[in-house]
Design a protein around this ligand. Sequence first.
Ligand code: FAD
Length: 518
Amino acid sequence: WRVAGRRWLRYADPMAQQRSILIVGGGTAGWLTAAYLARALGQRAAITVLESPGIGIIGVGEGAFPTIRTTLRHIGIDEARFVREAGATFKQGVRFDDWLHSPTPAGRHRYLHPFDAPYQAEGTDLVAHWLLKPASAREPFAEAMTIQNRVADAVRAPKHSGEGDYDGPLAYAYHFDAHRLAALLRARAVELGVRHLEGELRGVETGEAGIGRVHTDAHGALTADLYVDCSGFRAELLGRALGGPFRSAKAHLFTDRALACKIAYDRPDTPIESVTTATAHEAGWIWDIGLQHARGLGCVYSSAHLSDARAAEILRAYVGHDRFDARIIPFEPGWRETQWVGNCVAVGLAGGFLEPLESTGIVLIEAAAAMIAEFLPFGGAVSASASRFNALMGARYGAITNFLKLHYCLSRRPEPFWRDNADPASIPDTLGAMLAEWRHRPPSRFDFLVGTESFAPFNYQYVLYGMGFETDLGQDAGGGADAAHAERLFERIRSFGRQAVAELPEHRALIRQIGEGV
Ligand code: FAD
């Protein structure tokens, strides 16, 4: 009924309520929003994107979350085209090295946050059975709960070739080249009827509605019913022109710089990892992403705890040589409290950014684009749902802050950066309260509000139990026949895992096959 009703509304009189939308910025945020809105609004919107090739895009943001599959399907890009044109590889989760403690002669700590949900068995709560085992008798949580750990360790792809678009036996996302992704989204948006202007915004007139008009170097003055600020950290419209207040997350999340580079593979057939590797160091962590033609790396750190020179040294030690150029990207973790003001809404870095961990930048762009598409009224002021948008986006940023902080605050590393992260004063109250509750029960779906949460309770479980957090279920829960049944289920997961490793293609081989159109 809903779909039929919307169709009718859209086609009854296509031009009746057409809105003009001007998107300033042609990075991932600008082009993803343009393509998303073009597809969702059809004739209801006339969309223009203004971008400045001279200023360029930030060019990082090489990892996504599984929500990207739904977004790309909605936009109408098929998976093979996406893999070929964005230079994409498959991502099955994030592997965390050295987050619990620093490497010791006895070994390193490692855990996986896989994208696949824990195996669900009717009538048997496997999480509870895992928690009831003595710590010494447990497999790592992700290994016990899913087959994805084994598949990723064996450098296998999460699906077979020829399996449906954006579909497969395991949840997955992608790694990709940020420049090629923006180019692909641009090509798709233009196919969908979006007008593309190259030029630079040089001035903004504000008015009662918010933005009055914008002045450009090459196209004169431009006006629109709705302005979308996708101008990256410059935040030309919502930040500079309208002065939207910025809410810093610095009290909770300490990293504020990244030193990013690309490293070529040693050989053309070097296996490509299908997880992001996140390796902790004395004052932050390093991302290591397997792209098609190179690895993307970045040393993320807190400038209050580490000098740029020391960060460069840490990155060189990780890479094993110094034959690469790296660039420093400073950022301030936080978000604009009101992201939609009158006729102007910010999406992407212009609206906020927390830090690269867990790839939440693009997740937030997807959420904002979908909300704009559904909140844009068929009549009346474009800003009718602005306060609802602001409340939902603010809550989403807050929830992500909690999830990211969880990765840091459970660490037992001794360096000042990690001790400061474990200081209860740096833990948001809402996270502190949940951690206290999780001492006696695991995270539940009722801990989170649907609509403001980007992560599921199981994402929290993977991080909590990967980091050695103990949830005490009491001594007598479970046991007996039920425990024996749970053991059989754990064995079934192990055996499915072995089978999947034997049957799934090697990751690089699948990428090559897709590239060749086989
Ligand atoms: P940009 O890419 O900076 O684009 C801004 C656009 O605005 C450009 O086209 C520019 O030319 C244009 N512009 C600016 N000013 C003007 C003007 N005056 N006139 C005309 N045009 C103008 N996200 C993830 O999801 N996963 C990750 O792994 C990840 N890693 C990250 C690592 C780092 C270090 C950082 C800083 C961010 C990371 N992000 C990540 C976030 C991600 O990079 C961004 O969310 C994403 O790239 C979107 O950027 P953007 O389009 O908002 O900005």
